[in-house]
Design a protein around this ligand. Structure first.
Ligand code: KG4
Ligand code: ZN
Length: 338
């Protein structure tokens, strides 16, 4: 197993992505982000499937060219089996199967959530790899989970959202404020000039390690409606303070849950992933926690945090090394637990 070269394919949501990994090092990481969803203010599944169909061949081709790897040098094809949008998953799954059959090499299914976590093991000079066991918090537009990671393929979900993902909470709040989609990064930017304690928003009470965000969105909506009735320019005049208050509420909520998870498990190594790990508030809060509470925190490079195929290729390599090969009759799974 001294020269392993795996192609990873990701198509679970609205990004068509392909990457090549060689002995733990990412040689290429190509992603085609679908712009079409912006005008709808959210991902439209049917449009996503069609765009994947259109993008997948050029994206895979580019990944091979950028890696300077010929198809014939590949050792295996790894693909996202789930969880995700069924129509989107079917495109990547069918393509991966055909390519593996054509090249007569192993096919390896990958769980997208496991991949977000194992992205921490991509061989990057400036990236420190977490030591087992650790806690992984995956926060994005599609997921919000806290996972106890005992080993590469021994993981247990100890907390998760009961409704919206945290990225959706950012995006839906931003939409109510009239910000463009996806609103998370825009809200983050505006929040930096605002007072986080200007307006209090509720933190929903659910299981100690679980999350709920649908109530926050409703609270923001009612708040904005009420204040706008009193003053039509309220949002415009208080935008920074509103954004800062929403962000503060969300970040405090995430940190509360992490603190409980650390207390329950006795583990203080925390790895985060997903698009929301770019948020300046959560990054600052984690830095503070490592200073004040002695936590060891890990954040991968942003390109390995958001949906990408490098993480799929990484899991592909880990599985190939362990002989974890899939049968060619494997099917996509929209719901696929860890
Ligand atoms: O991982 P990702 O690219 O895609 C998935 O959803 O799987 O995450 C995208 C999400 C969006 O909801 C986006 O608004 C959010 O991550 N996001 C942020 C920030 N950057 C991206 N949310 C808050 N602050 C940010 N700086
Ligand atoms: Zn994801």
């Amino acid at each position: 197993s001294s020269n392993i070269c795996v192609l990873g394919i990701e198509s679970s949501c609205d990004d068509t992505a392909a990457a090549v990994i060689q002995n733990g090092r990412i040689l290429s990481n190509v992603i085609a982000t679908q712009k079409i969803h912006e005008e709808y203010g959210g991902v439209v599944p049917e449009l996503a499937s069609r765009a994947h169909q259109q993008n997948i061949v050029p994206v895979v081709h580019q990944a091979l060219v950028k890696a300077n790897i010929d198809k014939k040098q590949l050792s295996a094809i790894a693909f996202t089996r789930g969880p995700g949008l069924m129509g989107s998953l079917l495109v990547g799954t069918s393509f991966a199967k055909s390519l593996a059959m054509g090249l007569n090499i192993p096919l390896i299914e990958v769980n997208h959530m496991q991949a977000h976590i194992l992205a921490h093991f991509i061989d990057e000079p400036e990236q420190e790899k977490p030591e087992f066991p650790f806690l992984a918090m995956t926060i994005s537009g599609g997921h919000t989970q806290i996972v106890l990671v005992k080993d590469y393929f021994e993981m247990e979900v100890i907390g998760q959202t009961l409704d919206d993902a945290v990225g959706e909470a950012f995006d839906k709040s931003a939409k109510i404020l009239g910000l463009p989609y996806p609103g998370g990064p825009v809200l983050d930017k505006l929040a930096q000039e605002g007072d986080p304690l200007a307006f209090p928003f509720p933190k929903p009470q659910v299981g100690p390690l679980d999350f709920s965000f649908s109530g926050l969105k409703t609270a923001v909506l009612y708040f904005v409606q009420k204040k706008t009735q009193e003053d039509p320019n309220f949002v415009e005049n208080n935008l920074n303070d509103i954004c800062a208050s929403i962000q503060y509420t969300i970040v405090e909520y995430l940190m509360d849950k992490l603190k409980k998870a650390v207390k329950t498990t006795g583990i203080n190594r925390i790895a985060i992933g997903g698009g929301v790990s770019a948020n300046s508030g959560i990054r600052r809060a984690l830095e503070l926690a490592s200073k004040d509470l002695g936590w060891k925190t890990y954040v991968p490079k942003f390109e390995f945090c958001t949906d990408n195929a490098a993480m799929i290729a990484m899991v592909g390599q880990l599985k190939l090394e362990r002989g974890l090969i899939s049968d060619t009759s494997v099917t996509a799974k929209a719901r696929f637990s860890l």
